[in-house]
Structures are given as structure tokens and as C-alpha cells.
Design a protein around this ligand. Structure first.
Ligand code: MOS
Length: 739
């Protein structure tokens, strides 16, 4: 009778709603008497607004209001920090002064009856600037490098004497890597509908963190948090860009209050390159020393990331370097370059995806220096514990991933020498790289209501940007309650629901899943209490610990009857069971163990030596990520992440005009991303990993690691195919033709 649904490849419970258009995204919501707002962005990269002529704009059809720093209300901008936001600096205070800090910064907002009218009037605004030359390039001689202050989370580390060991190493690599700035570019644009009712505000807003958006907007407007409601049932991809609450949400709320009507504001694709974060460009140096038989004796990893002038965005660029390899001497050094651009933010696999590209490229370089197979090099330096944290791993299946992946991929067919494999005219290369990401966990609560008809309603303020939160939480609830998935209804994406951590950092399954499980167990307890107190129940009078649950029924321990169904208990008691519970984590385990996912990523490229075109023909990702709740969705999530990694390797780059900081390719024609024709065969596999320490579900999370490791696997395959080592991303045709 037990319903084992955790681990089955259930199709998406919200799939029908998505394909029929019933699923509603932020911009799909409409309110009575709603107006449309359009943001006008600065056309200079630094300076101030000297004049703003709105006469003709105001006279245009349908225009209701033009808001700028000249007439915008001064907002309290009360303090609010979430752990998603930069720890140092002050967030952009929008339309509060005449300063222009970066190209595209909102300087005005036009509100009109239709989107067309608002756009036309926005184009008619005449704005003058006192422009200064912005610094937007890390290599600009005027750019300064600073030490990150404040958080300390991503600071410098040292164990042993890495520089001396490097100097003394008989075999070494020492190389620098330059990775381009990227923008998230989800399919769904940022969008918000803001509606006031007196002093209460409702936002239908694209957000990966509705309870944080509620708190932040409340702080900005000086309201109690309970006066703000944020609703976001569906997200059309986000990849981190909706973790923060960006200025457009404030602007929509500001406008709606000013005009006394609901306001809808949708960013254009172009605007999503200005104010909604980006993966910072990074410059990294990796130096590795080794003995002739391939023991790593030293790793030096220095990294530099972009940030804005007004906030310090830091990410875990160098964290993995301390635990990936067994090595007595490791030094990391992290610096930032503040630029006149918007603040970067987390983008899928933030930190690790960039840091691992450099580290895993350097390891590959070292393997050729040693004449060793790159997997064998990793095997010889596989640590038995986290040497950086001086703790055992809760589990680490990296070598199992390599074994399983090599088998699947056909690594044995690879001939070791660069430029040694061909398919007709094409050069063929095979590359590998390791992947890793930490197991994060955040406090979450869930509410469960059991109805007399046998259905269960689960509520939690989590989000689903695509991985399948609705489905995986349905599986956890169905299994814990012992009922069919059809009887479970999961509701998420509403700030009134019990709070959840950000839908990011790959922590939703671990955190929210644990909360859903806790709430379902609490619901069972409540049913048990009612049953044993009910004279009509077959278990009347039994002790609470004398009851066992089988499927959705309870009976006396040792009894072989089918028992009483929980909905029968609920029906006889005359009122639904409603419970609320929070997730718990074994704090002791969390402090005793180092918790990370690991993976091995294999790529095969084919390169036309005459025209330099690079194709990723096949890729296999093998992951040890704890328990897999839904292999179908997990596989889909991982192949999606692998596509993101192929984009990082070969296509994606946000290019800024150094004169004014304007992104020159802020549209889908010139910001290249992989499409179907760019992708060959992709496979994701999971090795069995039973980790009792990470959380009650034994899950580690998959969202981020799915992108980590793909770009270095491709770069390493390109080297194997051509003998050309490219250390700057994206790798282009020119890199192949001009080498
Ligand atoms: Mo992911 S960058 O944590 O949305």
C-alpha cells in the first residue's frame, strides 16, 4: 500500500497548464483600469541629468503621467538585506536624484493607457546630460582593483606555502583565463503589475524569492511587510536574474501610487541587459605545480570579478579550488573591479561555473604536460576529505561519476595526442572536466491541509522557474502521506504562504522538500491524534506510538487489517486537518561534514579546420547529487544546464561600448545563445548516492551543477581536437583560424 513516488519519472503536474496557456506569468495578469508604464533609460554611461523636457510627451495621446527625479516621491528606502543581495553598498535608489551611474539606468517613467502610447511618449522625452567618461572595462587603465570588504565569505585563503611549492615543482602550468560578461536572458522578461488598495500593495511580479520581494518593497516604501503581497505562480526561466528585486518593481509601485491606478510594467529584451544583473566578467590566474608522476603539490588561484561602483557583488569564484584536489599547498586571492555599470548578480552556477572553468582548464593543461590521461591525473589527486575545510565529505562520488561517464561516453576510444582524431575532414576532440556545487539549505515552512474527500493541499512560498517544483513537491507530499499524486495539490509563489528560501543556489528541493515532508508528517500526527480519540475509529484508545501508517491509512501496530484511511478520519472529525511545520536540519551533521555535489562532464567536438566552426556533437554529464526525486525532470534540468555551459563556452558575451557603457548586442540577434541546431546529443546520468547527512530527503540539489564543468569540457575537447588552447570565453572561430 505504500506509495513510492519519490524517485519515479513523473511527468510535470503543471505540464498541461503550461502548454494550454492556463499557467499565468507576471505579465499575463491584468487589473481593472490598469495603465502601462515604460522605463526611459539613460543614454549616457556616467554623469547627471541636466534637463528633462516632457512637454511634448505629456501632450501625446493617452499619456497619464511622466515621472522623473524632478517629481518622483522621495521614498524611505529603509534598510533591507537578504543573503541574496550584495553585503556591501547601497542599492540603486531609483529616480531619487539626477545622478547617472550606468548606461540604461532608469531616469524617467512614462505611464499611459496603452503600451503603444507609453512607448511613443517615452521616445518623445528630451533629456540632456552632463556626461563623463565611464569606466566599464576591467582592462581600462583607469579601472581600480579593490579587496572585497564586508562579507568575508569569498576572501583570500592559504594553506601550506603555495608559491614556494610552485617554484619548486618540476612540472607546472601557469595561465590566465578571461571569461566574458553574460546576461541571463530567460525566455520570460521581467514583468510586474502593481496595484494599491489604500496602503496595501499587491505585486504580480516575476520573482524567485517572493517573501524577499515583499520585505524589500515594504522597506523601500516604508510599509509593514504584511501590507505588501507578492504573487508569482509561474516563472518562464530566470537563472538567477529574478533572485533580487530590481528597480522596475519599485518604479511600477511608485507609478501605481502616483496615478491611483494599477500599472503594468514589462521590461524589453534590451532593458534586461541594463538593470537586472549579469554574470560578471572574470579574469583568473591558475598555477598548478606537480611531481613528474602527477601528484599535485601546489595550486595558486587568483580571481578578479566585475562589480558596480555602488555595490560589491561577490561570488564563490575560488571556493571549489580548496576542496577539489588533494594538495598540501593552496593559495587563493579574490579581488573586485568596480565599474560604472549596474551591479552583477548570481547567474546559474554563480562563482563555481567561472572558477571551475579556469581550474579544470589548467588541470587539463597539466595532464598534457605530464603525458597523463586527464581522468587518471584527477584520480591520482582525488582527496579522501575536504582538505580546505578539514572535514570529511558527507559523500563524494566524483570517481564513480568518471567511471560511469567514461563508459557511457566511450572515453576508451580517445587517442591521447592532440589533433590525432579525425572524422573525414573534421578534427575531432574529446574533453572532460569536473563539476561541483555546494549543498545549500535554507529555513522553510509549509502548510498542509487534508480534506475529507482525500485530497491534500500543500502551500509554501517557493517558486518554480522551470526545474519542476510543483511536481517534485507533489511527489514528496504524496509519498509522505501515502496517497496518489493526483490527490495532492501544491500551491507556491505567493508571499502569504509559509516562507521559503530563495529559489536559487540549488536549495529548493533540499529546503522546501524537507519542509513539505515535515508538514505532511505533522498532518499524519494530527490525523493519528484524532483517530485514537474517536470512538468510531478502529484504533480508538490506542497509544499514539501504537499506530502505524501504511499508505494513506493507519492501523494498530501488528494489525493486518487494511486500516482506516486518513480521509475517513478527517471526514468523521468533521473538519479538515491543517498543520504548519518547518524544515529541520541536523546542525551537527552540517558542521561536521563538507557537503557538495560532484560531477564529471564529457564533451566531443568536431571542428572544421578550414573555416574554424566548432560543433559540440555529444556531451555526457554524470552527477553524484544525492537522491534524485524525479529522474525525468532531473535529466531535463541537467541537459538544460549543459546547454547553458555550451553557450558559455562558444557563444555568450555581453559586449559593452567602452565610450559610454552601452551593451552593443543587447538583443537576441547578436547576443548568441545555443539553439536546437547547435546542440547534438546530450545525456545526463546520476550515480547512486545515499547521503544520510545532507537533509532528511538525502537530496543535494541540481540546478547549478548542471552548468558547471561544461565549458571547460568543451575547451579541453577543442584543445584535444586542434592542439590550440583557448583560455578566453567565448571561444570563437577566430581563435581556431588565427592560432
Ligand atoms: Mo540560481 S543563480 O541560484 O537562480
Amino acid at each position: 500500500m505504500t506509495t513510492n513516488v519519490i524517485g519515479i519519472p513523473l511527468t510535470r503536474v503543471d505540464g498541461r497548464a503550461k502548454v494550454t496557456g492556463a499557467a499565468r506569468y507576471a505579465a499575463d495578469f491584468n487589473q481593472h483600469a490598469q495603465l502601462h508604464a515604460v522605463i526611459v533609460g539613460a543614454t549616457t554611461g556616467l554623469g547627471r541629468v541636466t534637463a528633462l523636457d516632457e512637454t511634448s510627451a505629456r501632450a501625446m495621446p493617452g499619456v497619464v503621467e511622466v515621472i522623473s527625479h524632478l517629481n518622483a516621491p522621495r521614498l524611505p528606502y529603509g534598510p533591507h538585506k537578504s543573503f541574496i543581495d550584495p553585503a556591501v553598498g547601497e542599492r540603486l535608489h531609483v529616480l531619487q536624484d539626477d545622478q547617472v551611474r550606468f548606461y540604461g539606468q532608469p531616469v524617467a517613467l512614462v505611464v499611459a493607457d496603452t503600451l503603444d502610447h507609453a512607448e511613443r511618449a517615452a521616445n518623445a522625452l528630451r533629456i540632456s546630460y552632463a556626461a563623463e567618461r565611464p569606466v566599464v572595462d576591467t582592462h581600462d587603465p583607469a579601472a581600480q582593483t579593490v579587496e572585497p570588504s564586508g562579507s568575508g565569505a569569498h576572501g583570500d585563503t592559504l594553506r601550506g606555502d603555495a608559491d614556494r611549492a610552485l617554484a619548486e615543482a618540476p612540472v607546472k602550468v601557469d595561465a590566465t583565463y578571461d571569461m566574458a560578461r553574460e546576461n541571463h536572458n530567460p525566455m520570460e522578461p521581467h514583468a510586474v503589475v502593481a496595484a494599491w488598495d489604500g496602503n496595501r500593495l499587491t505585486l504580480w511580479s516575476k520573482s524567485q524569492f517572493v517573501v524577499n520581494e515583499q520585505a524589500e518593497i515594504a522597506a523601500i516604501f516604508g510599509l509593514p511587510a504584511q501590507n505588501v503581497q507578492v504573487i508569482c505562480p509561474f516563472i518562464g526561466g530566470a537563472f538567477g536574474t529574478s533572485l533580487r528585486t530590481w528597480p522596475h518593481v519599485t518604479l511600477a509601485a511608485m507609478a501605481a501610487r502616483q496615478v491611483g491606478r494599477p500599472v503594468k510594467l514589462v521590461l524589453t529584451r534590451k532593458q534586461m541587459f541594463f538593470t537586472t544583473g549579469h554574470r560578471p566578467r572574470t579574469l583568473q590566474r591558475v598555477a598548478i605545480g606537480a611531481t613528474r608522476d602527477g601528484r599535485i603539490t601546489s595550486i595558486v588561484h587568483e580571481g578578479n570579478g566585475e562589480t558596480s561602483r555602488y555595490e560589491q557583488f561577490t561570488e564563490a569564484l575560488l571556493s571549489a579550488t580548496s576542496y577539489m584536489y588533494s594538495c598540501p599547498n593552496v593559495r587563493t586571492r579574490y579581488r573586485l573591479t568596480p565599474l560604472d555599470t549596474g551591479t552583477p548578480n548570481h547567474m546559474r552556477g554563480p562563482g563555481e561555473a567561472s572558477g571551475i572553468f579556469a581550474l579544470e582548464s589548467a588541470i587539463d593543461e597539466l595532464s598534457y604536460g605530464l603525458g597523463l590521461d586527464p581522468i587518471e591525473l584527477r584520480r591520482r589527486n582525488e582527496p579522501t576529505m575536504d582538505e580546505g575545510a578539514d572535514k570529511p565529505f558527507s559523500s563524494r562520488s566524483l570517481m564513480q561519476c568518471y567511471d560511469a561517464g567514461a563508459e557511457r561516453f566511450g572515453w576508451a576510444r580517445r587517442t591521447p595526442a592532440p589533433r590525432s582524431m579525425r572524422d573525414g575532414r573534421l578534427l575531432v576532440g574529446m574533453g572532460v572536466a569536473s563539476a561541483t556545487y555546494p549543498v545549500f539549505f535554507g529555513p522553510a515552512s509549509a502548510r498542509v491541509r487534508l480534506h475529507a474527500d482525500g485530497t491534500a493541499a500543500v502551500e509554501v512560498a517557493a517558486s518554480d522557474m522551470g526545474p519542476g517544483t510543483y511536481t517534485s513537491m507533489t511527489q514528496v507530499a504524496a509519498e509522505t502521506l501515502g496517497i496518489p499524486v493526483e490527490q495532492v495539490r501544491v500551491s507556491i509563489g505567493h508571499s502569504d504562504f509559509p516562507p521559503a528560501p530563495p529559489h536559487g543556489g540549488s536549495m529548493t528541493m533540499a529546503s522546501v522538500g524537507s519542509a513539505v515532508r515535515a508538514a505532511c508528517l505533522a498532518a499524519r500526527d494530527e490525523v493519528t491524534r484524532r483517530a485514537v480519540a474517536d470512538q468510531r475509529s478502529p484504533v480508538f484508545g490506542a497509544a499514539l506510538d501504537g499506530i502505524e501508517w501504511i499508505g494513506g491509512s493507519l492501523r494498530r501496530l501488528g494489525d493486518s487489517s487494511p486500516g482506516q484511511t486518513y480521509h475517513d478520519v478527517v471526514a468523521s472529525s468533521g473538519q479538515p486537518v491543517e498543520v504548519h511545520a518547518s524544515n529541520q536540519r541536523d546542525a551537527d551533521a552540517a558542521s561536521r561534514y563538507s557537503m557538495h555535489s560532484f560531477g564529471a562532464v564529457f564533451a566531443e567536438v568536431a571542428i572544421d579546420p578550414d573555416v574554424g566552426t566548432i560543433r559540440v556533437r555529444r556531451a555526457v554529464g554524470t552527477y553524484g547529487a544525492g537522491r534524485i526525486v524525479n529522474p525525468r525532470l532531473a535529466s531535463s534540468q541537467c541537459t538544460g544546464g549543459m546547454i547553458g555551459g555550451i553557450g558559455m563556452a562558444l557563444m555568450e558575451q555581453t559586449a559593452l561600448d567602452t565610450r559610454d557603457g552601452r551593451p552593443v548586442n543587447a538583443h537576441m540577434a547578436d547576443y548568441l545563445m545555443p539553439v536546437n541546431l547547435d546542440i547534438g546529443s546530450l545525456e545526463a546520468h546520476f550515480v547512486d548516492e545515499d547521503d544520510p547527512h545532507v537533509n532528511v530527503l538525502g537530496v543535494k540539489g541540481l540546478g547549478e551543477i548542471a552548468l558547471v564543468g561544461m565549458a571547460p569540457a568543451v575547451a579541453n575537447a577543442i584543445y584535444h581536437a586542434t592542439g590550440i588552447r583557448v583560455r578566453d570565453l567565448p571561444i570563437r572561430i577566430e581563435d581556431i583560424l588565427t592560432a
